[in-house]
Write a protein that binds this ligand. Structure first.
Ligand code: ADP
Ligand code: MG
Length: 293
């Protein structure tokens, strides 16, 4: 493309809310055949709220929220924020947590009122050797089939309850995915969340493939595997957990609600919180450089 055409593309991109970092970014946007979307905060709003609480038999709701809330109050995770916000709303005060430990992509644990509290995914609890009783596990499975993120709480190795956390899919998501498909691209959802929840969310917006239960440290390797299988991959993320994946992709697209880390790792910066800019970026690249083949 001529310098004039590239300048025009930058101007058009800026109008659409797309900042193009380099000529190479435009070349990559033209070449991609697969678009991987991060779930939390990219496909969804990332504003999570607890929508259901089920204490185990013999455990009262206030005690469950006291233990879970105290641990989650010390965690930075968006799921943790939802849990501690609810606990703070319902209880007068939260106790302190000792020996707090965050387990990336799984949950957190600590000591509250002298008792060992685990808060996290069913996978984390299983890895800690805690078994969820059948009735609570069935409840968890139903919530996950509905696209909820679920949180299991154990106190001294006994399950004290399960919580359902919801996060709305962005209104623009389904339309953007349909446009990507019309451009001939394959779509995938990448998340640390469990498989059933990820499948429900992917189905809701029409995404082709699901890459679930991927720990934060493994997200970049997952992108690398797709590339080794011959895909030319765009990764869309917000930088929370996924900056290395953005950097590893053929094309990294950062939604600007995200972190500075995301901005550094990306090739294209999307300044509108509207997923329509993703297919628009591909269309812009093709219009500027011509379609391959
Ligand atoms: P994502 O890929 O959606 O950004 P993460 O890799 O950060 O997710 O986390 C994966 C999953 O681990 C979450 O969906 C949640 O089930 C669980 N998890 C992580 N941290 C916490 C926490 N502090 N409390 C409860 N669950 C957590
Ligand atoms: Mg995210």
């Amino acid at each position: 493309a001529t310098p004039t055409a590239l300048l025009a593309a930058s101007g058009r991109g800026a109008q659409l809310g797309i900042f193009i970092k380099s000529h190479q970014a435009l070349e990559s946007a033209r070449a991609i055949d697969t678009v991987v979307l991060d779930k939390t905060g990219t496909l969804t709003t990332g504003r999570m709220t607890v929508v259901d609480v089920r204490p185990a038999p013999g455990v009262d709701r206030a005690t469950l929220l006291r233990h879970a809330g105290a641990v989650e109050d010390a965690s930075e995770h968006v799921v943790a924020r939802a849990v501690s916000d609810l606990a703070r709303r319902e209880l007068d005060e939260l106790p302190a947590v000792a020996d707090f430990t965050s387990l990336a992509g799984l949950g957190a644990c600590g000591v509250v009122d002298g008792r060992a509290v685990l808060v996290g995914s069913a996978r984390m609890l299983a890895e800690c050797g805690v078994t969820v009783p059948d009735d609570l596990d069935e409840q968890r499975t139903r919530w996950e089939a509905d696209g909820r993120t679920t949180v299991v709480v154990a106190v001294d190795d006994a399950v004290a309850g399960v919580l359902a956390v919801a996060d709305a899919v962005k209104p623009s998501a389904a339309r953007a995915v349909a446009r990507l498909h019309r451009l001939g691209l394959r779509t995938a959802l990448l998340t640390g969340d469990n498989e059933a929840t990820a499948r429900a969310v992917a189905a809701e917006v029409g995404i082709d493939d699901v890459l679930a239960e991927v720990l934060p440290a493994d997200k970049a390797a997952t992108i690398q595997e797709l590339r080794e299988r011959g895909r030319t991959v765009a990764m869309v993320g917000d930088g929370v957990n996924d900056a290395p994946a953005l950097a590893r992709a053929d094309l990294g697209l950062a939604v600007v609600t995200g972190t500075d880390v995301a901005l550094g790792a990306a090739d294209l910066i999307l300044v509108r919180d509207d997923l329509d800019v993703v297919p628009s970026a591909v269309s812009l690249a093709r219009a500027t450089l011509g379609t391959i083949r």
